[in-house]
Ligand binder design. Structure first.
Ligand code: HEC
Length: 127
């Protein structure tokens, strides 16, 4: 009886620590990762919902882009969005507060973020 209890406790603990050690595995698909990456790398400025109202937003000279603004976002191509995320605002004619991410994120992660932005604005590029 006691042994059985201890054994199941052991299995339970193992299961918990396996889960805790690999939180990314729970959301392995591209957009799952993109949503995580967005919260991790973008939300402090652009807001958790992408509305441009992150915690740091008020400290910046230029307001972070509102990614839920479909009218604006549909005027930007995926390539333009990719380049700004990758190389930063200064390289693409925007404010330098927008950081580059090409040294900390893989190309496929940045492509995932572009798709995530398209979900946030519920839009695609339309001339
Ligand atoms: C330190 C704050 C900060 C962080 C972190 C940040 N941004 Fe920005 N971002 C800005 C600001 C400020 C602008 C607006 C620049 C302007 O209007 O000149 C901007 C602009 C942009 C644009 C504008 C592109 C366009 O075509 O108008 C995109 C896309 C963007 N950010 C995506 C992201 C993504 C994705 C992340 C996370 C990987 C991120 N940003 C992280 C501050 C930030």
């Amino acid at each position: 009886m006691k042994k059985g209890f201890l054994a199941s406790l052991g299995i339970f603990t193992l299961a918990i620590s396996a889960f805790a050690a690999s939180p990314a595995l729970a959301v392995e698909d591209e957009l799952g990762n993109a949503a995580n990456n967005y919260q991790l790398y973008c939300s402090m400025c652009h807001g958790r919902e992408g509305d441009g109202k992150g915690q740091l937003a008020e400290t910046l000279e230029v307001p972070p882009r509102n990614h839920t603004d479909g009218a604006y976002m549909s005027k930007r191509t995926d390539e333009q969005l990719f380049k700004t995320i990758s190389e930063g605002g200064e390289a693409t004619g925007f404010n330098s507060a927008m950081p580059s991410h090409n040294t900390i994120l893989q190309k496929e992660d940045i492509r995932g973020l572009v798709k995530h932005l398209r979900q946030l604005c519920n839009c695609k590029y339309a001339k």
